[in-house]
Design a protein around this ligand. Sequence first.
Ligand code: CP
Ligand code: NVA
Length: 309
Amino acid sequence: MGKDLISLLDLQEEEIEQLLKSASRLKAMQKRGISYRPFVGKTMALLFEKPSTRTRLSFQAGMHQLGGDSIFLSPEHTQLSRGETLEDTARTVSCFADIAVLRTFAHRTVEVFAHNASIPVINGLTDLFHPCQILADLLTIQECFGESRHKIVAFVGDGNNVAHSWINLAALWPIEVRVITPVGYEPSEDVVEHAKRCGGKVIVTSELKAVKGAHVIYTDVWASMGQEKEHQKRVSEFKGYQVNSRLMELTEKDAIFMHCLPAHRGEEVTAEVIDGPKSVVWQEAENRLHMQKAIVIKLMGGEGDVVVK
Ligand code: CP
Ligand code: NVA
């Protein structure tokens, strides 16, 4: 892993293993009330162009629990809004902060920022990828099944940023990813082809019956941030791809339901499923905190693992 986490492709299989171990230990420590504060006096800067509940809270609360501070900036509150360049902003942020988390529309924005920053930069979601979400989700899968390897994840809905990060994962972790979308909403061919070239098991289909045999049924909003104007059109075009009890009946007995959240009950998932017994969405949301802390420690501490004295 280099200095940044811009996509899951920045990681190697052993590093994912290390992050999972570290996040589980951090979670266990937190539950036992053991504090671990390696970053006293350190600062995290968060620059978000889009709204966020979980990503922002988990990074800010996580940094606080690790002994550090965080500063949240939306673009209108920085000189970016008055034409200061991204390059100069990245250099400036590096003078004051020890690590930065960005949430942007264009993926290129995070890449350019990271290239010009001398501090570690984390992608907290772009139009293309959402790597931190999938790392945390892997922890949830590990907790639910005792192991996250050799699981089948069926992603139902839009071939979006979250789907892309699942596909990236298949390039480096032994997991099968089936992306089930309406025709015209498939994930990027480049992302799929890259995973396949790396030996990843990825299936892209419009057939809902592909959920059969999956351990995880995963969905996300039909219109992502930035696609608000397409919302109505998407609601009608995605109608048959709702995760409801009829779809869940096609799945295995011990399959779990996951959603990165925020959810729109009645659109991509019914209340009956997301609030039902197979749903692990709250465990999934909480795990963002533990995985975020593991990522920050890995990037700032140089160590991939937590050492409890
Ligand atoms: N899942 C997720 O990233 O949530 P937020 O948009 O609330 O950060
Ligand atoms: N695909 C969604 C994920 C939100 C966490 C979006 O980009 O809006």
